[in-house]
Design a protein around this ligand. Structure first.
Ligand code: ACO
Length: 400
């Protein structure tokens, strides 16, 4: 038996870091996280301050350009976004190819990837002007595509974007009204939607953002890269967790059932969804804002007594005082309260990850742009530790 590693690769030494828990894959100026202290900053600004005082589009500008915009800069940016909110009519027909019961995330992966077939000019990543147009297109078209994925699953007609409305207001209108209806959402819900978008805008090198960077490192076009990010986000351990967290709360049902459920978690029968984070070993700062937003939304829609909210709050209280969770530094993450909030806003669970993708698009595209514009950028190409068969000779089929 000849050990291949000794034979060929004995001199190669690699860092072996499954899950990249202690490997930085890039330098970035966009987002800072201190997981132990529960801090999240975008371009130096704390997330809770941005969620309280800013708007999603302003945060988009900040992530992309590094500074908060002055009034004329913001007006120009808003104009560029509004200019690109429509999708081509042919693109609208593209949706008809999906089964009507398709998961909206499946539609998102396909539809966003297909943008590269509709907007060839923006696939020229060597042209800085086209890179910027691709960026504007992605931010502008995501609400339109997400709303179409939602409407398609309901069998309802698509609603065209209204460019006189704010980003969140336009999105809610495309989801919840019908064409030509004079309807605008409750301002409390619009503000909540906008804040939820801010909370999900970027989170440095999480699985989906790393996927976008890795895909982009080969020179793939931005639409294809974002589609790859959406695919990665779909998993229940990442963007799919809010859907799972809501399902879990529904399954628990009442406060009385919590002790049994927690016992099951401690026996490793299941995870407490919406708890724990690879980086935060403290309260996720986004979860605090989300909890407040949850209360505001439930009050606005007259669901302050939602039994699931009671279950969530009690579960949080019990988990935060239990040795199992304390020892492992498991705290609520952004997804713990987002499911209840999004449900109260009127979205079905299968749309939750779509909303996350919509908001995270700015983070993905900002990180993609930062990578492309970094002169030290190389194609991503991790190595592996080979653990397979030793060197051996081929044996003919009749001799095996
Ligand atoms: N419920 C119960 N136990 C948990 C949980 C949880 N949610 N999360 C981690 N643990 C336990 C693990 O079993 C492990 O215990 P052990 O040391 O006794 O073996 C310990 O805590 C450490 O956990 P790891 O798996 O090493 O943590 P990791 O950083 O790999 O995982 C993750 C992070 C994937 C987020 C995990 O906490 C999880 O699956 N949480 C539930 C899903 C979720 O809410 N995801 C959303 C993340 S936020 C986002 O994507 C926006």
């Amino acid at each position: 038996v000849v050990d291949i590693r000794k034979l060929y690769g004995a001199a190669d030494v690699f860092t072996y870091d499954p899950g990249f828990t202690s490997t930085a894959s890039c330098e970035s100026k966009i987002t800072f996280i201190d997981g132990d202290k529960g801090v999240l900053l975008h371009r130096g600004y704390p997330i809770d301050e941005l969620a309280e005082k800013s708007s999603f589009l302003e945060v988009c500008y900040l992530l992309l350009h590094g500074e908060l915009p002055k009034a004329p800069e913001f007006a120009e940016f808003e104009k560029n976004i509004v200019y690109h909110t429509m999708v081509h009519e042919q693109f609208d027909r593209f949706f008809q190819g999906f089964r009507r019961d398709a998961h909206p995330m499946a539609i998102m992966v396909g539809a966003v990837g297909a943008l590269s077939a509709f907007y060839h000019d923006s696939t020229n990543i060597d042209d800085p002007a086209q890179r910027m147009i691709a960026t504007h297109r992605m931010i502008a078209k995501m609400p339109t595509i997400a709303a179409r994925a939602f409407k398609y699953s309901r069998g309802q007609p698509f609603v065209y974007p209204r460019n006189d409305l704010s980003y969140a207001e336009n999105f809610l209108r495309m989801c919840f009204s019908v064409p030509a209806e004079d309807w605008t959402p409750n301002p409390v819900l619009t503000r909540a939607m906008d804040r939820i978008f801010i909370l999900h805008a970027d989170h440095e090198q999480n699985a989906s953002t790393s996927t976008v960077r890795l895909a982009g490192s080969s020179g793939a076009n931005p639409f294809a890269c974002i589609a790859a990010g959406i695919a990665s986000l779909w998993g229940p351990k990442h963007g799919g967790a809010n859907e799972e967290a809501l399902n879990m709360l529904k399954e628990i049902g009442t406060v009385e059932n919590i002790p049994d459920f927690v016992k099951g978690v401690k026996n490793r029968e299941r995870l407490l969804m919406g708890f724990g984070h690879r980086v935060y070993k403290n309260y996720d700062p986004r979860a605090k804002v989300m909890q407040k937003t949850c209360h505001e939304v439930l009050e606005a829609v007259g669901h302050s007594n939602d039994p699931l909210l009671k279950v969530a709050m009690e579960l949080e209280k019990i988990a935060l005082s239990d040795e199992f969770f304390i020892e492992r530094k498991l705290y609520p993450n952004v997804d713990f309260y987002s499911g209840i909030t999004l449900r109260a806003l009127g979205f079905p669970p299968e749309m939750f990850t779509v909303l996350f993708a919509l908001a995270r698009t700015v983070g993905w595209i900002a990180q993609w742009k930062e990578m492309i514009e970094d002169p030290s950028q190389k194609i991503g190409r991790p190595r592996q530790i080979y653990t397979g068969a030793p060197l051996r000779s081929y044996v003919a089929l009749d001799k095996r």
